[in-house]
Design a protein around this ligand. Sequence first.
Ligand SMILES: Cc1cc2nc3c(=O)[nH]c(=O)nc-3n(C[C@H](O)[C@H](O)[C@H](O)COP(=O)(O)O)c2cc1C
Length: 145
Amino acid sequence: MNHPLRHLQDLWSKAKQSGVLPHRNVICISTIDDQGFPHSRFVDLKEINQEGLIFCTDLKSNKAKEILNNPKVSLTIWWEHVAHQIRIQGFCSLIDPQLADSYWEKRVHDAQVVSYIFDQSQEIEHSKPCNKNFLMKKVNMIVII
Ligand SMILES: Cc1cc2nc3c(=O)[nH]c(=O)nc-3n(C[C@H](O)[C@H](O)[C@H](O)COP(=O)(O)O)c2cc1C
């Protein structure tokens, strides 16, 4: 039998080729807070390599704080188009900063702008000022570039 990560790479490759779902990279990651409660949310799967599965997040986010406090995580994936549910438990660790930078550079411009403006996991009090702030920042960034 294939190594589980190799098998997962093959499945992911098939899942990306077939099917019509727009978000075929989305996976659910669950972390544990300091009270022992699980928290689950979706993230984008960036890559599967020999060491594991890679996703990116803000290190100031709740999930990052939870992982730094307790690296035990679980992943749940549903690839309908290849008829597989995948459930993984393991340990999460930081990737090399240069690799993290390369993923950042590949993000679409709007996503980079939003990451600059908003602190992930923090409440947004009023949507209008935020939208205005977003537009202002976007314009600034376009001018600078
Ligand atoms: C389709 C989809 C993809 C997402 N991808 C990411 C991602 O790659 N990284 C990330 O940090 N958050 C991603 N999010 C947002 C997270 O689900 C979550 O709301 C956010 O990271 C804050 O979570 P936290 O407060 O538990 O840290 C995605 C959300 C959706 C709906």
